[in-house]
Design a protein around this ligand. Structure first.
Ligand code: BGP
Length: 468
């Protein structure tokens, strides 16, 4: 087990507005792309989620009590602009002021994302990130937030550009549920990068106080078994999922070797990417202006070459072994028998985090300070009764091993300044619902009571090793 945290380490818990707040119709909030989609699906409701909209003081107090010094939250675009643009909604603005002030009063630094998967419904219906007007609206919303929320000094533009694009247009488990619509996926990736870059440029040009960056989830891709054909499949997937976005973010260009692989994927899927004149100059200007990088890490994929038709099944229930993924001309995901998996078929491989940290810092000189902005274990926690501590030893093991990987990379010179566990408290998972729990704090979704998990106690013990 890890014995000690570095001095002044950022030691936090992560949340996302739509996954914790509930109150989806309160105080003038506009709909997101999720409200009607989840209703029609009928599996679970985003209300009241963890009722963070009302219970944030309790969660922040718990965070403080258990040694956290930071929290990741996101602002829900439609609480501020119910339609995504137009007149701001004062009640929504007031809520975030109360939340940020509560964090600061408790010594918890808020790290705030502007977009965490919850696109306004009006804009979603108009094409979401595929419509370039969306970018203008996002820039205006960001500018409003920078001007308004002076309490916030640490900003992220967009959370996990790839997960949004991939889940919406490839995997089909986020609205609008397209499968292997490769043109839309790559275009959304590019347009989101553009939105990010424009916001960074605005933040710096206007001289706003504080720091800004974005969050990518990195999913290393390993060939399995190791053969030249499988290696090529891994390279293609890596280019499509990781390198394209990192190039765009930190180089402001898509390198020829990256585009060779991406173009191969596009060609095999009859897909196109449209880059408009001026786009690359915007990316270029922003590439050296990110103050930090938020890296989310959960798992690697193991791939073998695959030339058949694309198909996938998504394990959204926690029934082990029910997922499959085969992407024409890219590769198919295979099980590596040496690697343990969660009930949702996610590979548990801490070394992947070490590999990504080393690779990113060696490849992208503009990527300076890194925070691990999400990492954690989805697990079916067993409730032990009111006031009883929940035994989640596997989660402690998971976090401990990933933390050790982080500290190893740090020892070898990678500038990692903090770790946010996903998640602070249990919350709802977009495509899985409420049985996939990640929290340090258990939420009884019947009563909204919070219970302590062993992982929270362990988090506190480690917090106490800081600065000693
Ligand atoms: C990340 C998202 C989070 C969160 C987490 C766990 O991709 O940023 O919002 O949900 O993954 O994923 P899941 O809920 O699918 O298990």
């Amino acid at each position: 087990r890890v014995k000690k945290l570095p001095q002044n380490f950022v030691w936090g818990g992560a949340t996302a507005a739509y996954q914790v707040e509930g109150a989806t119709q309160a105080d003038g909030k506009g709909k997101t792309m999720w409200d009607d989609y989840l209703k029609a699906q009928g599996r679970f409701s985003p209300d009241p989620a963890s009722d963070f909209y009302h219970l944030y003081p309790e969660d922040i107090e718990l965070a403080k009590l258990y040694g956290l010094n930071a929290i990741r939250v996101s602002i829900s675009w439609t609480r501020i602009f119910p339609k995504g643009y137009g007149e701001p909604n004062q009640a929504g603005v007031d809520y975030y002021h109360r939340l940020f002030q509560c964090c600061l009063a408790n010594g918890i630094t808020p790290y705030v994302s502007l977009h965490h998967f919850d696109s306004p419904r009006t804009l979603f219906e108009d094409g979401d990130w595929l419509n370039r007007k969306n970018i203008d609206y996002f820039v205006a919303y960001a500018d409003f937030c920078f001007k308004e929320f002076k309490e916030v000094k640490n900003w992220f533009t967009i959370n996990e550009l790839i997960s949004l694009a991939f889940s919406q247009y490839i995997q089909g488990n986020f609205p609008p549920s397209h499968h292997f619509d490769v043109t839309s996926a790559i275009q959304a990736e590019h347009n989101e990068l553009l939105a990010h870059a424009r916001v960074v440029n605005l933040f710096k040009d206007k001289g706003y106080a504080g720091r800004i960056g974005l969050i990518h989830v990195l999913q290393p891709v390993y060939p399995y078994p190791q053969t030249p054909a499988n290696q090529h499949a891994a390279d293609c997937e890596n280019a499509f999922m990781n390198t394209f976005l990192l190039d765009g973010t930190f180089l402001g260009e898509y390198r020829p070797e990256t585009m060779a692989l991406v173009n191969e994927v596009l060609q095999k899927n009859d897909a196109r990417l449209k880059i408009e004149p001026g786009d690359m100059a915007i990316l270029k200007k922003a590439a050296s202006r990110n103050d930090y990088f938020g890296l989310n890490y959960y798992q690697p994929s193991f791939v073998a070459a695959y030339e058949g038709e694309s198909t996938n099944t998504f394990n959204g229930t926690g029934e082990k072994g029910t997922s499959s993924f085969k992407f024409k001309g890219v590769g198919q995901h295979v099980k590596n028998p040496e690697i343990p998996t969660t009930d949702w078929d996610w590979n548990i491989y801490p070394k992947g985090l070490y590999d990504e940290l080393k690779w990113v810092s060696a490849t992208y000189k503009n990527c300076k300070t890194i925070y691990i902005t999400e990492n954690g274990l989805g697990y079916k926690d067993t409730y032990a009764g009111v006031g009883q501590v929940i035994d989640d030893e596997p989660r402690i093991d998971y976090i401990d091993q990933h933390l050790a990987a982080l500290l190893q990379a740090r020892k070898e010179g990678v500038d990692v300044q903090g770790y946010f566990v996903w998640s602070l408290q249990d919350q709802f998972s977009w495509a899985n619902g409420y049985n996939k729990r990640y929290g340090l704090f258990y939420v009884n979704f019947e009563t909204q009571a919070r219970e302590i998990k062993k992982s929270a106690q362990w988090f506190k013990e480690l917090a106490d090793t800081m600065n000693t």
